[in-house]
Design a protein around this ligand. Structure first.
Ligand SMILES: Nc1ncnc2c1ncn2[C@@H]1O[C@H](COP(=O)(O)OP(=O)(O)O)[C@@H](O)[C@H]1O
Ligand SMILES: [Mg+2]
Length: 343
């Protein structure tokens, strides 16, 4: 066709290559369009989402996914619109933790619609796309990075106040790809446990964030201590109120506890080193967001899909998350205060 900007051959023009060339060109064009659409959506997501942050740790098993889901649920309970992106494509576990495993993702007009978790949190995870969760998936570098871009650009995230991104442990490729796709990233939240090795690894994560010019929004210290709870009563069954009592701790250790006006008490037993996360944050000149207790309910919740915050919205873990979120919001709203360093 005269004047056509793309077609150099028309079907049956005698060179015997016409139809194939056309198909090839069509496929190339479709691919280019798709890339363009993805890029446009990424730009829109980049501009539209109120705040975006990544949850990182140097070490696996310190509670990154627990913290990412907890922050998402705490923000959503406050009425915020939250998206949660599970970048752990080899071992995705956020859907299980949120009780939405096995959800069939809905695709419309080339866009993937996220699964909806508790409190309306929108979730995208490779777990929804893997047929057999017990079969390991091996991703080569470029394919993995392409999948991450799709997760960002081909998803109908809709209107979001927060986008939280959870990562596999100790990697640098994935966070880099994500920040390239979403350059207005607010920063990173670093999760650590109070043992020396985890703290050392969290220092590496802080340095990593600094080298890619991302502010550290704060450090969360997970599994700080074990909370013992109980109620104290007199032999006649009446409550021992507003008193200091002594209870027997591990290895016969005596622990003092204070009872409230109903006779209830709770004490926190340190599991690892006391205040390690806090001093590591101070030493690295980044904000400390708070600690989470060791809570067996978190493990149970992860296994049976009822998140601790959903099961016990007023419990100590939900409360700890709430105070972490409050500090995080403060740091997000005023990133120059609180010693956030951008180098
Ligand atoms: N504060 C906590 N108390 C008790 N168990 C926890 C706590 N935080 C995490 N866990 C458990 O530790 C394991 C690892 O947590 P996870 O969030 O998957 O870590 P990561 O994402 O860093 O690998 C999970 O079984 C989880 O239920
Ligand atoms: Mg994880």
């Amino acid at each position: 066709m005269a004047g056509s900007p793309v077609s150099t051959h028309s079907p049956g023009d005698g060179d015997g290559k016409g139809p194939e060339t056309n198909d090839e060109q069509k496929a190339q064009m479709e691919q280019a369009y798709q890339q363009m659409r993805r890029k446009m959506r990424m730009t829109k997501l980049n501009d539209d989402v109120g705040h975006k942050f990544m949850v990182l740790s140097g070490k696996g098993g310190v509670g990154k996914s627990t913290v990412a889901t907890g922050l998402a649920l705490s923000l959503a309970r406050m009425g915020q619109k939250v998206g949660l992106l599970d970048i752990d494509i080899t071992g995705p576990n956020l859907p299980k933790m949120l009780g939405i495993e096995g959800t069939q993702l809905h695709v419309e007009e080339g866009q993937i619609h996220p699964a909806i978790g508790p409190h309306g949190v929108k979730v995208i995870s490779m777990a929804f796309l893997i047929e057999d969760p017990d079969k390991p998936v091996i991703w080569r570098g470029p394919i993995k990075l392409g999948a991450i871009q799709q997760f960002i650009g081909d998803v109908a995230w809709g209107d979001l106040d927060y986008l939280i991104i959870d990562f596999p442990p100790g990697t640098s490729d994935e966070p880099l790809t994500v920040t390239q796709s979403l350059p207005t990233m607010d920063g990173v939240v670093i999760v650590t446990t109070p043992q020396e090795v985890a703290l050392l690894d969290s220092r590496k994560s802080i340095n990593f964030a600094k080298t890619i010019n991302l502010p550290v929004l704060g450090v969360v210290e997970n599994m700080r201590g074990y909370t013992l709870q109980g109620s104290a009563t007199n032999p006649d069954g009446s409550a021992i109120t507003n008193a200091t009592i002594e209870i027997g701790g591990p290895s016969g250790q005596k622990i003092e506890a204070k009872t409230d006006s109903d006779g209830n008490w709770n004490v926190m037993l340190d599991l690892f080193k006391r205040g390690g996360g806090e001093s590591a944050a101070e030493e690295m000149d980044v904000p400390f967001l708070g600690s989470l207790p060791f809570d067996p309910g978190i493990v149970r919740g992860g296994d049976d899909g009822v998140h601790r915050i959903v099961a016990e919205p007023d419990g100590p873990t939900a409360e700890a998350f709430q105070s972490i979120v409050t500090r995080l919001i403060e740091n997000l709203e005023s990133p120059d205060e609180d010693g956030v360093t951008i180098i």
